[in-house]
Design a binder for this molecule. Structure first.
Ligand SMILES: NC(=O)c1ccc[n+]([C@@H]2O[C@H](COP(=O)([O-])OP(=O)(O)OC[C@H]3O[C@@H](n4cnc5c(N)ncnc54)[C@H](OP(=O)(O)O)[C@@H]3O)[C@@H](O)[C@H]2O)c1
Length: 294
């Protein structure tokens, strides 16, 4: 996590690059009071901050992640604060675990009004370092694409039947900006779920089920911490990121996109070859230490 003093104007830079979509407490409370919201990846980071904010606003939050102890700690904090939280430890990389999870949740709560699909796994590794690591591609796909898709498949029938439901996908700005070296496994898996959900959204909207995708900028969490370059860059706190997720829950926008992403997306598409060459140059420069090894 990033600590220490930041230069003057840092928070403005953070807002300009990552956006600062906010939602006032009263509007959030009006939207989620008494609603059942399932938040995946709520043991740490953005998911934890989101679950806490939603519970403070009066939602019943269902916490899903693998680490049972950590989930229970988050739930305890929520309950101590007067909120309602229930824990459902599950590995979203396992389709049968998802089937069991949804069966249990629907039996115990009757419905899920909002799904926040937030759990994710990030990997930053060059292809040269991945020849023996096909499992990187398998793992990112199972947590970032196949698991979330399976969870939506399990929840959609009851949402469509009730003609009510909202799905929030915590995606990344990286699926909208030009592809970058070393992020192949992560960005391909996040892109897959983004496209899958956008196709599905067109089919279910008529049945009262809506979707929002957040093309999240940089957030300083456990996920971004291992990459030193990211630690020096302007990023949101988990609470600021949770603000965006809660705005998506309450206002149901089609998407939330940081300011820099739209021009980067447009320019990247318009100048595809030069953009790829530019990133290629960057990769070559930063790859030098490894190349110099015997
Ligand atoms: N941090 C950023 O800069 C950034 C930027 C853009 C988008 N995002 C997206 O934001 C989301 C949250 O990331 P974060 O930064 O908050 O990361 P984080 O602190 O590492 O949290 C990831 C969460 O996902 C859960 N998770 C991972 N694998 C799982 C699995 N197999 N089954 C169930 N839960 C699993 C983790 O819990 P357990 O380990 O307990 O299972 C944890 O609660 C991710 O989808 C990420 O792609 C992050």
């Amino acid at each position: 996590m990033v600590t220490g003093k930041r230069p003057l104007g840092w928070s403005v830079l953070v807002a300009l690059t990552n956006g600062r979509t906010r939602i006032p407490d009263d509007r959030l409370a009006a939207a989620v009071q008494g609603k059942v919201v399932l938040v995946t990846g709520s043991s740490y980071g953005i998911g934890e901050a989101t679950a806490k904010r939603l519970a403070r606003a009066g939602a019943t939050v269902l916490l899903v992640a693998r680490t049972a102890d950590q989930l229970e700690m988050v739930a305890e904090e929520i309950r101590a604060d007067g909120g309602k939280a229930f824990t459902y430890p599950a590995n979203l990389a396992e389709p049968t675990a998802i089937e069991e999870l949804v069966a249990k949740v629907l039996a115990e709560h009757g419905q899920v009004d909002v799904l926040v699909s937030n759990a994710g796994k990030s990997i930053r590794r060059s292809v040269a370092d991945s020849y023996q690591r096909f499992h990187d591609i398998e793992r990112t796909n199972s947590v970032n694409y196949l698991g979330p898709a399976k969870l939506v498949l399990e929840l959609l029938p009851s949402m469509r039947e009730r003609r009510q439901g909202h799905i929030v996908n915590v995606s990344t700005a990286g699926v909208r900006t030009p592809p970058m070296a070393r992020w192949s496994a992560y960005l391909a898996s996040k892109s897959a779920f983004d496209v899958w959900l956008r196709c599905v959204a067109q089919e279910v909207r008529d049945d009262g089920v809506t979707t929002s995708t957040i093309y999240m900028g940089l957030v300083h969490t456990r996920m971004s911490e291992p990459t030193p370059l990211l630690n020096k860059m302007p990023g949101l706190t988990p609470e600021q990121a949770a603000d965006q997720v809660c705005a998506a829950v309450a206002d149901k926008p089609h998407n939330i996109t940081p300011p820099f992403v739209r021009p980067a997306d447009a320019l990247g598409n318009l100048f595809r070859v030069p953009t790829d060459r530019l990133f290629e140059q960057y990769y070559r420069r930063t790859d030098r230490p490894r190349k110099e090894q015997p």
